[in-house]
Design a protein around this ligand. Sequence first.
Ligand SMILES: [Zn+2]
Length: 710
Amino acid sequence: MKSCLALFSGERSRLSSAPRRRPALTLAWLGALVCTLLACAAQAAPTCYRYGGAWENNIPNKLYLYFPTAADASFPNYPQSCGTPVSPAQPFNVSDLDSGIGTTGQLRNGVFDVVTDAYCEFNVQVRQSTANPDAFFIPDPRRNVVAVGSDSGGCFGVAQNYSNQIDLGDTHPADHARVWGGSYPTGCGAATEGALEGGNSTLTRWANAIGSTSAHEAGHNYGLQHGDDSFIHTGEDNRFHHIMPSATLPGESAPVPDCTFRASPRHFSDTTFSILAHNIGLVSQTMGNWDFVNPNAGSATQLRMEVLSTAASLTLTYWWNGVWSPWSAPSVSGVIGTTTFQGTVYNRFHVTWNAGKAWEARNNPGTAQTPGLVPSGATFHIGAEFNGSHYYDPDPYIIREVVLLNGGTTLPLQPRMAGYDNGSLDMSSGDFIMRFFSFDSPLILKDLTIHELPRKITLDSMQFGMEMKTWDGQPVIPWRTTKLGDFSVTKDGIRIPVRNLFQEGHNVFIVHGRDNPKDASQGGAEENPDTPGSISVDLFPSTTVYVTATVIDPSVHYKDPKTGEDKVAESLLFYQFAGKRERRPLTGQVKGLIRLKVACTDLTTRQSLAADMSENLWDCTSAGLSASVGDSINVIVKGVFNGEQNAAGELPLQGTVEGMKVQKVVCTNLTTRASANANLDEAGNWNCQVDKFSVKAGDSINVIAKGVIN
Ligand SMILES: [Zn+2]
């Protein structure tokens, strides 16, 4: 299953001059392409359950572990507080640390595994490279480059510095960090002397120490700060097991965590996980588990589910492979047609389970069943996890029907499942609303319960009697659990308001520059200073929403195989989906141009669209832009200068942008090829009337405004 996508075999020497870059880079890319599956599997082995699919190359966020083989002075020398310059980035050699633990390649892979596992659930692809990723022929636009050397410095590592602040809100698409592997173990301090020495000097412990520091610095570049980990949410483990808590609290001495913890596996806390999910997105957005019964007198050999989605394709990232399932991995069709439901056109997909495997019926545990064959009255369990084409604004998925077949023949009775969506956030009312439907006769939703979770739980956890756990076994305590009760669901459907953003706010809402934050579920106060980058929030209503219910079809009866009693068909629903980002409005106006066209690009989400126009007013929000706090935006204005003068005899070519902090506006006269920075004020008013930039009637004009949503 695992393919070679995360190793960039590098050049032996650093690429020091520009003319030599291109051929060397071509080699770096080729190196990635020719790396064989076998060689790759032998080199890196993260335990992250979703690692290795070719689809991961489509993930926009790239986290590069850059292990130089020679000093690299081209690495940006941003200011730091460690007393050691971050550039040149120095080479990484295991012999500088302890040559007895393995080869340099083995330690590189160990560090790669640790960082890949730390970011397993996020919309991030971790890669390793011995060439500088900034110098690639086509550098990744959203890249987080962590240069890892085996030299020592005044810190274990340091993230990129923006006016003495880290990249709060992740407003910078490309940033850098430096890790000094040689700072271990001397920087560990007397208290944990020996954590990486003697018998404790092992490849695994060194990989944990250097890998978790690399994940930490990369975390800063995605908007995390130390104070985010100064407390723990109810039920969490010791904060020293977390990746970000380097702020020393009263009574503690540096380093925090100490090196005993650093040499052991660490993971993101509930709070930092939630902020990352908002800033960079989750990699899986829709996860379903279902218990069904075969209500027919005859056996079933396959189950086919029809899924409606606005996405162009459906990618299966994971499936449930436990003992109660008669089948192994389901197959997913392409688009088999479209259907309009409640005013929206959806693509139709079939997800089919029919490859038999050993299993037991839930209502007859301990007895092996025929692989792939579900007898009359037997209950079974299946599950699947899908990844969307939009990581930040997940495509809706609606389960329309579940059909049991024997061979190619549809059976007369079907286990019913309610249709449901993955919620939507109405930014005018602040309501987060889930919808449930019946596509046939009315259904009863019994014991509908909604859990708002700080982090994603596994498919395995999504069953009755199972503890909620992360993929790496951490217990998950919900922010909140709400028992909503029983509902009757018809074709018209029901709308269930789960939470209101304006009244109830976020579970994680951190105002920077204040005291250490508190657990919001324990009553932390909220306020919104509306300054870009000054707050960190989670998704709404939470990182993921986990829904459980019993779905009853009063019209379908079957005979219990054991007792012979007449029963009403019940299915169990276990459903988890990613929360939503708040949509912020982005609008503006332009004066002086005719044939005006405006386009907005959200560089964070990579969503790009043409604005709705009304005279000289433009609106990217009404056109469908789903931008959230902290997103980096480009607004591109094109048109032909009308040459009209105002009363003062000036030629106005100006405009405004509302909804973002405008950082820079560049005016270009495409006719004369002249270009200049516009005058810009605090309110986002821009004006192209500046020195050495002239326009006359009929000239083609291009204006680009860059900024951050606030
Ligand atoms: Zn730090």
